[in-house]
Ligand binder design. Structure first.
Ligand SMILES: NC(=O)c1ccc[n+]([C@@H]2O[C@H](COP(=O)([O-])OP(=O)(O)OC[C@H]3O[C@@H](n4cnc5c(N)ncnc54)[C@H](OP(=O)(O)O)[C@@H]3O)[C@@H](O)[C@H]2O)c1
Length: 272
């Protein structure tokens, strides 16, 4: 018999769906353990058909069955979503907000009940349990509650705790990150195509190469500069390519791109 109670997800758009898919694929949760609510009838119907999960037509007492309630609506819809669910949160539930730019203080102000509130920044790789997930809590969170939430988030990827002041940066790096990496993969694949490699093969070569380099860095604890050095033999082919990347200031472009995204995240931040 499983000890856990249900997980509820409010807002099952792209991110909410990724959480549902990740929890089910982890095999620690089944479709029967997951309760969804979305304001959009089309999304509710889609989630029922796609994952066999129960989708409420409106927030109800049934939400009390959930030990964890993820809220994955756009920041502009947060106030309405919170007020629609707040009276249905059980006193032992934990509220986990996925929204960029919505501070813990704002969430606390909209949830009158003394339940734990956690703010996370994941990405769409939750879908395959390979997300990076940064989380922040209020200072007085119970350690057992925190352990519980970390263990559930770990089903969706790699989890780190950060101070909330770094959430805008995490939004730019983690939340937006898959878009930047996709851009790199697309560029690598296009380069392969330019050199005559068939398109489908070039894409596989590019994506698997990015995956392999990431795994070397993470699993073997190799710093990226060290990996670069290991590949680039003196007078060889790689240094020729690296020279062009330096000339085109590609590293600097990435740093500026992610900094700009973080600035935008801070501009969009809802005031607490
Ligand atoms: N997408 C990402 O890669 C990503 C990454 C990290 C974090 N996030 C965060 O995740 C949150 C959701 O983003 P998303 O990309 O999944 O957005 P999305 O695809 O637009 O999904 C949001 C869903 O919530 C529904 N909704 C709106 N108001 C609601 C309410 N009051 N109650 C219940 N459902 C409601 C929306 O329905 P309607 O379309 O009918 O309004 C939509 O189906 C955002 O706060 C974002 O910052 C997203």
């Amino acid at each position: 018999m499983r000890e856990q109670r249900r997980v509820a997800i409010v807002g099952v758009g792209k991110m909410g769906e990724a959480i549902v898919a990740g929890l089910i694929s982890s095999k620690r949760y089944t479709n029967e353990d997951i309760l969804c609510y979305d304001i959009s009838p089309e999304r509710r119907e889609y989630m029922r058909n796609m994952y066999g999960v129960r989708c409420l037509d409106k927030p109800s007492e049934d939400m009390r069955e959930a030990s964890i309630v993820f809220i994955a609506v756009k920041p502009r819809d947060m106030s309405e979503a919170l007020s629609s669910i707040s009276s249905y949160l059980d006193k032992t539930s934990i509220l986990v907000s996925v929204a960029a730019g919505v501070p813990l203080s704002y969430l606390r102000r909209h949830i009158p009940r003394p339940i734990p509130i956690v703010r996370i920044m994941p990405n769409l790789a939750c879908m395959i349990s390979e997300s990076m997930i940064a989380y922040s809590t209020e200072y007085d969170i119970d350690s057992k509650v925190e352990k519980n939430i970390v263990s559930i988030l770990s089903l969706l990827g790699r989890v780190v705790k950060i101070d909330e002041q770094y959430m805008d940066a995490a939004t730019a790096l983690i939340g937006s990150g898959p878009a930047y990496v996709a851009f790199v993969i697309e560029a690598l694949a296009d380069a392969g195509v330019r050199l005559g490699i068939p398109k489908n093969l070039a894409l596989i070569m590019a994506a698997q190469t990015v995956l392999g380099a990431s795994k070397l860095i993470l699993d073997r604890n190799i710093h990226p500069a060290m990996l670069r050095d290991m590949v680039a033999t003196p007078g060889g082919t790689t240094v020729e390519g690296l020279l062009i990347l330096e000339e085109k200031a590609v590293k600097s472009a990435f740093i500026h791109a992610i900094s700009r995204a973080a600035t935008k995240a801070s501009e969009l931040r809802i005031q607490s």
